[in-house]
Design a protein around this ligand. Structure first.
Ligand code: NA7
Length: 540
């Protein structure tokens, strides 16, 4: 058995790296275990063409260190994956984090050891590392779904997954390419693949809403506004629902606004680009009538961009309200369907039956491909956590605990699993927000819990079952006030057959969530049980 560490961190993405830094600042021994061969998490794995961030890069960056903030310059409004990965590597180097990270290693199990008030963490090498605290920084979209298509094994061409893209890239020149999926990964990669492939066939099951990024160099005015006072800019962003600056108009109600005013406001936001259109009217996410106004506006924009009205119609979502599946931000997505070498296949009308040796057969047609790209998504939020054999105080696994859907306290802890923290876990608002701001909030909060335990010589903290139930109910009720549960989205677990349906994120916003966390702390860690050996120090 290896020497015990204070904190074992699973994952070396932005969460894991920042957690390691916080552990070091507190003088805690720590070890990061990372299955990839480098840092960066999402940006390490998702190297598909066109991959880029959907939040302005200015804000999609750490705010904990002013020098880091001043020395890093993003080249584009929405940074591409190579630049985001370079940033992750820069953070690792600048804060000398690599020595604490063991790469190419997977955590397979973590079992609670009551006698030691800690965890025995097993690696795929068989090595066991005892740890006082375990922090799961495993990411929300890190495990691809186990999609199985009939005949997949017979296919003689090359299969690529957007989330497991070859590190040296792929040259599609002259190739006949098929792509399955029209989520964010597909919507970002389709325009780029179409530029080089001889022919691209897009297999769409559900159309998605996408807004233009209007990407390019960061406008000077935006830089100046940012540089004038990044602290104030970030504080303003963190005080919003989404954790990014989007000119939210919380008193603007679409159903009480004259149509010409609505149109002018939506046009202005469309011209700015990205997610800004989501925050123009406060009733958009809760009132079907208001939502339809915005959805109709975006549908008209799709029709404007796509020359063939039949294709435009197929690309227009019909089965979910606007914004209830994660909307996409694109560069030239819809216009790509005006190219002669791109075809859209509607899998609802012509279902995919099987892969063949040379391609794909749908009910009505056969297609030959040199390569097929699977942009089929992730076992979101719970996938990475449930794949580790985590056994708590009663020997129950987290997967068993979540049999009816994930239940957590504040998205940070699970009852019966002491000293085990999740960063951006289910029940956190993270996937509905600027991920970096959520990560910073979670990591700083978890670090403050550990510091407080150490200051009081406490050995153990766990969420009470009552607090977990209350938080889970609160998450369910908050989501139910919105239109979000109406979509068959990965937020709902609907993209994974057999996965329990529950809206997995906290829909109350980053600002509200942060206030709740601070109130919990100010009330002496309400909802947590804190103990030293057999002695319970705090129970509420
Ligand atoms: P998404 O958004 O989950 O998209 C996956 C896409 O793949 C979606 O269009 C799915 O259609 C489609 N899909 C999945 N399985 C199948 C099968 N079996 N047949 C046909 N089509 C299928 O994943 P992404 O990687 O694009 O994006 C994930 C997140 O990353 C994104 O939301 C941002 O937060 C960043 P469906 O909609 O299920 O009918």
């Amino acid at each position: 058995m290896t020497d015990r560490v204070d904190v074992l961190i699973v994952g070396a993405g932005f969460s894991g790296m920042y957690m390691a830094l916080k552990a070091r600042e507190q003088g805690l021994s720590h070890q990061v275990i990372e299955v990839g061969s480098g840092v960066g998490g999402t940006w390490y794995w998702n190297r598909y063409p066109g991959a880029r961030v959907d939040i302005q890069s200015l804000e999609y960056s750490f705010g904990f260190d002013e020098k880091l903030e001043q020395e890093w310059r993003w080249t584009e409004r929405y940074a591409p994956q190579p630049e985001l990965l370079a940033y992750a590597n820069h953070v690792a180097d600048r804060f000398a984090l690599r020595d604490a990270i063991r790469f190419n290693t997977r955590v397979t199990a973590a079992h609670w050891d009551a006698a030691a008030d800690g965890w025995n963490v097993t690696l795929d090498s068989g090595e066991v590392i005892p740890a006082r605290f375990v922090v799961l920084a495993t990411g929300c979209l890190s495990v691809p779904t186990d999609v199985t298509f009939a005949g997949l094994g017979d296919y003689q061409g090359t299969i690529y997954r957007t989330s497991r893209w070859p590190h040296d890239g792929v040259d599609f020149s002259g190739q006949r390419v098929g792509i399955i999926g029209t989520g964010s990964s597909a919507i970002q990669s389709i325009p780029i693949i179409a530029e080089t492939a001889a022919h691209l066939t897009v297999f769409q099951r559900t159309p998605n809403y996408s807004m233009p990024a209007h990407n390019g160099p960061i406008p000077e005015a935006d830089w100046q506004e940012w540089l004038a006072d990044p602290r104030a800019y970030r504080a303003r962003s963190r005080a919003t629902v989404g954790g990014f600056w989007n000119e939210a108009r919380e008193v603007a109600i679409a159903i009480h606004t004259p149509p010409d005013e609505i149109k002018a406001e939506l046009e202005r936001r469309w011209a700015w680009g990205g997610f800004r259109i989501l925050s123009g009217f406060a009733d958009q996410g809760i009132d079907p009538a208001a939502n339809k106004i915005i959805a109709d506006f975006v549908a008209a924009k799709i029709r404007e961009q796509v020359k063939d009205p039949k294709v435009a119609e197929l690309l227009t979502p019909k089965d979910h309200p606007f914004g209830t599946k994660r909307p996409c931000v694109d560069t030239g997505y819809y216009a790509t369907y005006n190219r002669d070498n791109v075809e859209l296949v509607d899998l609802r009308a012509d279902p995919l039956e099987t892969f063949t040796a040379t391609g794909i057969k749908t009910a009505n047609r056969s297609f030959d491909f040199d390569a097929v790209v699977l942009a089929t998504g992730f076992d979101a939020m719970t996938g990475a956590i449930e794949r580790i054999d985590i056994r708590g105080v009663d020997g129950e696994t987290i997967k068993e605990h979540w049999a009816a859907g994930p239940e957590t306290y504040l998205g940070l802890m699970v009852a019966g699993f002491p000293n085990l923290f999740m960063i951006t876990g289910p029940g956190s608002p993270s996937v509905l927000t600027n991920m970096i701001h959520s990560i910073e909030q979670h990591v700083e909060y978890v670090a403050s819990i550990i510091a407080d335990l150490n200051a009081n010589q406490a050995g153990r903290i766990e969420a009470t079952r009552e607090a977990e139930q209350l938080w889970t109910d609160h998450c369910d009720q908050t989501a139910a006030m919105t239109l979000l549960p109406q979509a068959n989205s990965w937020y709902m677990g609907a993209n994974v057959p057999g996965k329990p349906r529950r809206f997995m994120a906290y829909a109350g916003g980053l600002h509200t969530y942060t206030d709740i966390c601070n109130a919990v702390r100010d009330k002496g860690w309400e909802g947590f049980r804190i103990a030293r050996g057999d002695q319970v120090l705090h129970d509420s």
